[in-house]
Structures are given as structure tokens and as C-alpha cells.
Design a protein around this ligand. Structure first.
Ligand code: ADE
Length: 334
């Protein structure tokens, strides 16, 4: 059987299964192109559980694309706090300004041209918000496709993404958005990435080549693990009375956000000294390509040093978006 023929047989059972088993997620309730844009940008590289907690609150704060377009960047970043990868928030803000001016794009190409929208997200938004037959192929969809077809592609293989996109585009049903989410859902709750897939609960169990051959755990074939660059940082939490020193981070990782003063350092090199040292703590934060190994120093200083923004515990809680990377040291301000 050809891959295309197998995929054609797989479409209807997947849609039926999704109709019965779809998770009740906040962004699946009332949908507009704007809410789809918000949810799909939030869901990039971020777990459904984390997005669930923030999505509704974000839309309460910015209920329409006009409201978001008119907001201050600081407020948008604040509402994004905890979700990480803050360039997404800035891109969403820029996209809202474009849409408020020009209207929501009506084609995949138009959606793809919005800031922060890559091929995958353009496929998801175009199908879910506009009903276009545009696949959204990420690592999860590559995984379920490699199993369905017993295909040798590796998970991060961009050639495979393109090939699977073309195959999927040829079988997309009229219920385009449903189909996009059904593919995601199968990868999220049945054909899972960690541990063995739950083939007993799968609508594709009698079609799936890997399952039929008893090789479901062999796909997708393994990749060389990615090496993360390790960066050592000294992080200073300076306390003057009730206030703490913050700096606005320049461009680069977490650029534009507030953080504690920090500097890149060599492994094991001692930190600077400010007033009296109250505590030292190590913490790690893992980004996609970089790992921060931080040593945090809590200092009491006699007065508010120049060159910093001094904020109270309440202001840090409410006004300044402090990235999750610094979470371990935030406790010192509480
Ligand atoms: N991941 C990306 N988009 C999603 C969606 N609409 N539903 C569930 N998971 C997703």
C-alpha cells in the first residue's frame, strides 16, 4: 500500500476519534481568528498545562485584537510572565498592531508573514481560524506519521516535515481545523513521545504500519542528542532596605525584560562583592539551545546604588515581568 493510500484510510477514523476524545481546552471554546493567534503563539514550545493557566487570563486582559494593539509593551510582557520565550509576546503584540490596521490575513502566505509565525504555526492558524486545508507539522506530527507509515525519518528532519506536509495536504478533509487538532491530539494523548504509545486506544491501530509490525517503539528513529551551550552566570540580588535592584536586560536572551543584575562568568570564578553577603545559591535554567548555570548572591547594601531600578517586593510581583529563569532567586525578595 502506498503512503498516500494508507493516509487516506486514516483520515476519517482520526476525525471520528477526535470528536469523541478531544480534550476540553480553554482555547477550544469560543474561537475567533484573534484567539487562535493568541493560543497558537502561546503553545509554541510550551506545554498545554502551562498555557491553560495563562490563556484565559491573557484574553481577559486583552479581549480584542484592538485592545492588544493599543496596550503598552510592558503590560503585554507582564501578562506573558511565566510562559517564557518572551519574543513571542513581542511578536504577538506586533502582529496585533498589523491586524488592527489591516484586518486578519485570509491566506496561509498572509498568516505566515505575521511576526512570530513560522510554517507550523501558519498551518495551525490557517486551518483552525480560516478553515484552510493547510497542515501543521511539528515534531509530534512527524512522530505519528513515522509510526503510521513506518518511515525512517528522524524527529527533527525538516525534509520529512515538508514531505509529510505534502502528503497530508493531499488528504485534508473539509473539517480542516478539526483535522489539524486531531493530529496534534493523537500525538499528545495516544501516540505519545515518552514511553510506549497506547496503541490499544488508537484509531489507527489496524492501519499503523509500525504497530502492525510490532515496531511502534522504533519510530521515530533516534537523533543525535543536541548539545546545549553552557553559560555560567553570576546573579546579584541586591537589597537596600525594602527594595531590590533590577536592570532592564538589553537585546539577546530575555532582552527587554527586567532581571536581577547578572554577568557572564567563567566556571568557578568568584562573583563580585557588594555589601554584606547574606546567602549564595546555585540554580540552573534550560533554554532550547543554552543552559544557564547560575550562582546567585544575596547582598544587603547600605543604600540604593546608582544605575539600577529599585523595586519593592510588591512591584516585582505586579509591575515588572521577571523571567522564570530567575525564579530560584526571586524567593529572596519574598
Ligand atoms: N499545540 C499547538 N496548538 C495546539 C492546539 N490547538 N491544541 C492543543 N495543542 C496544541
Amino acid at each position: 500500500m502506498t503512503d498516500l493510500a494508507r493516509l487516506q484510510l486514516a483520515t476519517l477514523p482520526l476525525l471520528q476519534w477526535f470528536g469523541e476524545h478531544r480534550r476540553d481546552l480553554p482555547w477550544r471554546k469560543e474561537r475567533t481568528p484573534y484567539t487562535v493567534l493568541v493560543s497558537e503563539l502561546m503553545l509554541q514550545q510550551t506545554r498545554v498545562e502551562a498555557v491553560k493557566e495563562r490563556y484565559t487570563e491573557f484574553l481577559r486582559r486583552f479581549p480584542t485584537v484592538e485592545a492588544l494593539a493599543a496596550a503598552d509593551e510592558e503590560a503585554v510582557l507582564k501578562a506573558w510572565e511565566g510562559l517564557g520565550y518572551y519574543s513571542r509576546a513581542r511578536n504577538l503584540h506586533k502582529a496585533a498592531k498589523i491586524i488592527a490596521r489591516e484586518g486578519f490575513p485570509q491566506t496561509w502566505v498572509g498568516v505566515r508573514a505575521l511576526p512570530g509565525v513560522g510554517d507550523y504555526t501558519a498551518g495551525a492558524i490557517s486551518s483552525i481560524a480560516l478553515g484552510l486545508k493547510t497542515p501543521a507539522v511539528d515534531g509530534n506530527v512527524v512522530r505519528i506519521m513515522t509510526r503510521l507509515l513506518a518511515d525512517p525519518a528522524k524527529a527533527g528532519d525538516s525534509g520529512a516535515k515538508k514531505r509529510f506536509s505534502e502528503l497530508l495536504a493531499a488528504v485534508y478533509p473539509e473539517e480542516a481545523g478539526e483535522f489539524t487538532e486531531a493530529l496534534m491530539e493523537l500525538g499528545a494523548i495516544v501516540c505519545v513521545p515518552n514511553g510506549p504509545p497506547m496503541c490499544g486506544a488508537c484509531p489507527w491501530s489496524t492501519l499503523c504500519k509500525a504497530n502492525l509490525e510490532g515496531r511502534e517503539t522504533e519510530f521515530p528513529q533516534r537523533e543525535e542528542p543536541k548539545k546545549r551551550r553552557v553559560v555560567y552566570l553570576n546573579v546579584y540580588v541586591l537589597k537596600a532596605g525594602e527594595k531590590f535592584a533590577l536592570v532592564k536586560r538589553e537585546e539577546g536572551l530575555l532582552g527587554g525584560l527586567y532581571g536581577f543584575p547578572a554577568e557572564e562568568t567563567e566556571e568557578g570564578a568568584p562573583g563580585r562583592t557588594f555589601g554584606s553577603l547574606l546567602a549564595v545559591k546555585r540554580a540552573k535554567h534550560i533554554f532550547t539551545h543554552i543552559e544557564w548555570r547560575m550562582t546567585g548572591y544575596l547582598f544587603a547594601v547600605p543604600k540604593e546604588l546608582e544605575g539600577y531600578l529599585w523595586a519593592t517586593r510588591e512591584e516585582i510581583g505586579e509591575k515588572y515581568a521577571l523571567p522564570s529563569a530567575f525564579r530560584a532567586f526571586r524567593k529572596w525578595t519574598e
